[in-house]
Design a protein around this ligand. Structure first.
Ligand SMILES: Cc1cc2nc3c(=O)[nH]c(=O)nc-3n(C[C@H](O)[C@H](O)[C@H](O)COP(=O)(O)O)c2cc1C
Length: 339
């Protein structure tokens, strides 16, 4: 209630309503909070939920994580567990620092409880994140995933080496690696979800990771056949799990008041993605006989959405849009859902 009535309206007014300005403002405040250990330990005692689960050999204090893209450069990592998250996925980072697409590139679709973004992997690069992680006084109190993507200037033929460069810089800081081949905002990236590319990429990353769990994040726009192929590659290469899903290129489910955003390019997240993301999780769960761990993400806006994502077969879940619209109360409520 406090989030919806006071905090969210105030945050949504920052920067004249520009979503990225509000995001940067909030992130920098959380970064400041991250450097005050006494405040963090009070918050984590108050808001942390103890509902532990072990997945792909890693122990999570609760199953609700922060999805990739919120803290791309890892500037506020210690703050997320203090807000109740049971794990954090930093990134997506690329081997080379890059500015991303032109602004504006993030749009809130309030009546639809949705977001359209075409950030384009704006990030300071893998080496900068590695330096920041090395400077943290302690490891985080929750598992840290690091999401890797391909640098925009690197052609698809150089993709494997590009991801490997990032992995070599960051592997030692991570509890798992997420291979992002599903962002719609880097031209050609999604082609890496095809069998041949994926086989080479995941094979090389799993080998280099040397026991560190490697997960692959897939798009909700793949056909069942294409998801089936990707799962075949996961089995062949020893991938530890699937993250389903990234944002969608579809534009179903927009409220009439948001239809003026219909032509905005980028990936759509939030409420319009709820059903499709759950369908993909359910499909992956069925196809793999429940043997491949799944992180369910996409349109989890209420505790009931969280419960249904677990029912569909997710071992862990992540929030992005739900956190923007529902705030820390949603994290806590979802973290104590019975599985
Ligand atoms: C502004 C924004 C930036 C994002 N950046 C990334 C990213 O860098 N890497 C990634 O794997 N997913 C990224 N995502 C996708 C989210 O991690 C998540 O998969 C997607 O938004 C669906 O979840 P949601 O409906 O809870 O938002 C981004 C999403 C948004 C809204």
């Amino acid at each position: 209630m406090i989030w919806e009535q006071f905090a969210r309206p105030a945050l949504f007014r920052i920067g004249g309503g520009d979503a990225e300005t509000a995001h940067e403002w909030t992130l920098h405040r959380l970064a400041r909070l991250s450097s005050v250990p006494s405040a963090l330990s009070v918050l984590i005692k108050k808001y942390g939920t103890d509902n532990p689960v072990e997945v792909f050999g890693v122990r999570f204090p609760n199953p609700v994580g922060l999805a990739a893209g919120m803290d791309k450069n890892g500037i506020a990592l210690p703050a997320w567990p203090a807000l109740g998250f049971g794990f954090v996925e930093a990134g997506t980072v690329t081997a080379l620092a890059q500015p991303g697409n032109e602004k504006p590139r993030v749009f809130r679709l309030r009546e639809s409880a949705a977001i359209i973004n075409r950030m384009g992997f704006n990030n300071e690069g893998a080496a900068a994140l590695a330096e920041r992680l090395a400077a943290l006084p302690d490891r985080l109190p929750v598992p840290l995933g690091i999401s890797l993507g391909k640098s925009k200037v690197t052609p698809l033929s150089g993709a494997v080496e590009d991801y490997l460069t990032s992995l070599r810089a960051l592997g030692k800081h991570a509890d798992y690696i997420a291979v992002n081949v599903s962002s719609p905002n880097t031209p050609g990236l999604r082609a890496l979800q095809g069998r041949e590319h994926l086989d080479e990429l995941l094979g090389a990353l799993v080998k280099e990771a040397d026991g560190l769990p490697v997960l692959v994040k897939i798009a909700p726009d793949l056909t069942d056949g294409a998801i089936g192929e990707a799962l075949g590659v996961c089995a062949d290469t020893g991938v530890a799990g699937v993250i389903a899903t990234n944002t969608t290129l579809a534009r179903n489910g927009l409220a009439p008041a948001d239809l003026f955003r219909l032509e905005e390019t980028g990936g759509l997240s939030g409420r319009p993605l709820t059903t499709r993301a759950r369908e993909v999780v359910s499909f992956v769960h069925r196809e793999t006989g429940g043997r491949l761990p799944i992180i369910g993400v996409g349109g989890i806006m209420t505790p009931d959405d969280a419960a249904r994502m677990f029912d569909a077969g997710a071992a862990l879940i992540q929030l992005y849009s739900g956190f923007i619209y529902g705030g820390p109360a949603l994290v806590r409520a979802a973290a104590s859902v019975r599985r």
